[in-house]
Design a protein around this ligand. Structure first.
Ligand SMILES: Cc1cc2nc3c(=O)[nH]c(=O)nc-3n(C[C@H](O)[C@H](O)[C@H](O)COP(=O)(O)OP(=O)(O)OC[C@H]3O[C@@H](n4cnc5c(N)ncnc54)[C@H](O)[C@@H]3O)c2cc1C
Length: 344
């Protein structure tokens, strides 16, 4: 079976890799470079606890199923690509602002008092306590995109960077350089998916800063959520994210976001005022009208869609790869809550 995939983000690459493993022929087009869309802008959290608190049951199930797949997915990808993707399960602290908030967190799992939090992250200022999820994971999402691209190429797939799909004509995807005809087409163009087909996906801008420590300063080991931001250790930097803004396709970075993220982070860890902003970036999350992913048949024959993962496309990647590869090959059912046709 021949498949053309539009978009070499985590979704298009991971699904393409699974299809190649099932002996499909795969061409992945990207208007820019593989893994450089939202996939590189993300914080890489596999935030099953923090992100799924108010999620509908179907999304929570997808998140949990994917989280279970992550260890073997990471090991298999590192083996196939020969590259590390920085996958770790060092836990997450969700800080309570006061005793009342701590009580509210108690039904959700293991709750630590102030001393318990200080033992895990001594740099935090006066924590009231926190929800502690010891096995919450994260991954270096930039390394993930790069490793997936290598795995796709090693499995015999083709990635065509700098080649934007401009139109679909039946089973043919047209680019400025020609046409690619396939048995099935997968639209996995992230926040840009709605520009190519009648798929209701909008971009939601997010900005992140990466702080570099002064000599001798120590990074927290777990991820930390509090005061409207999250802190994620990534190599020798601490990521602070993220803004959530409806700004169309704008990916400019702003002073306002930098100040906002920095001051919130410093309210949690005052010593961060001595850290420098090593990098700042913005990316576009792909969001559907109900906030749930679009995973299944699209509005044209043999067109499939994998988009709308919004804030959790890195977390969802292993499950989406399996599910969409099966579906494209004619196996496996569409989950009604994620059916792209629900908005028709
Ligand atoms: C600031 C921020 C923080 C985030 N943090 C997390 C997190 O911690 N954990 C998590 O799970 N998720 C997180 N996310 C969400 C996650 O990044 C996305 O859900 C996920 O990356 C979407 O992957 P994708 O492959 O669908 O899209 P993308 O990675 O955006 O890839 C889409 C690709 O399609 C290409 N493309 C677009 N149009 C065309 C065209 N016409 N022709 C060819 N190619 C095209 C683009 O160039 C791009 O490479 C975050 C997102 C942002 C912005």
């Amino acid at each position: 079976m021949k498949v053309v995939i539009i978009g070499a983000g985590v979704a298009g690459l991971a699904i393409g890799w699974r299809l190649l493993q099932a002996d499909c022929s795969v061409i992945i087009l990207d208007r820019a470079q593989p893994g450089r869309g939202a996939t590189s802008a993300a914080a890489g959290m596999l935030a099953v606890t923090a992100e799924m608190e108010d999620a509908p049951e179907a999304e929570r199930r997808l998140a949990l199923a994917s989280d279970v797949l992550w260890p073997s997915f990471a090991a298999e990808l590192e083996q196939a690509s020969g590259q590390s993707i920085g996958y770790r399960r060092d836990g997450a602290l969700m800080l309570a602002a006061d005793a009342a908030e701590l009580e509210a967190l108690r039904p959700r799992g293991t709750v630590l008092d102030s001393a318990g939090v200080a033992a895990l992250a001594p740099m935090l200022a006066n924590p009231a306590g926190a929800l502690w999820t010891a096995d919450e994971g994260h991954v270096d999402n930039r390394a993930l995109g790069a490793a997936l691209a290598v795995a796709v190429l090693k499995a015999g797939g083709k990635i065509l960077p700098g080649e934007a799909a401009v139109r679909m004509d039946g089973h043919t995807v047209l680019t400025p350089y020609g046409g690619y005809t396939a048995d099935a087409v997968l639209l996995a163009a992230g926040a840009w998916s709605g520009l190519l087909a009648k798929v209701p996906v909008i971009p939601v801008k997010g900005e992140i800063i990466a702080l570099a420590p002064p000599p001798g300063a120590v990074l927290p080991k777990p991820m930390i959520w509090g005061n409207g931001v999250y802190l994620v250790p990534r190599g020798d930097r601490l990521l602070v994210g993220a803004t959530v803004q409806d700004a169309g396709f704008d990916t400019n970075i702003t002073d306002a976001a930098r100040r906002h993220l920095r001051s919130r982070a410093e309210s949690l860890i005052p010593s961060l005022q001595d850290w420098t902003v090593a990098e700042q970036w913005a990316g576009l999350r792909p969001k559907s009208p109900d906030g749930l992913p679009l995973l299944g048949p699209g509005p044209l024959p043999d067109l499939f869609v994998a988009s709308g993962q919004y804030r959790n496309g890195i977390l969802f990647a292993p499950a989406i790869a399996r599910m969409m590869a099966d579906m494209i090959m004619g196996q496996g059912a569409v989950i009604p809550e994620f059916d792209p046709r629900r908005f028709a």
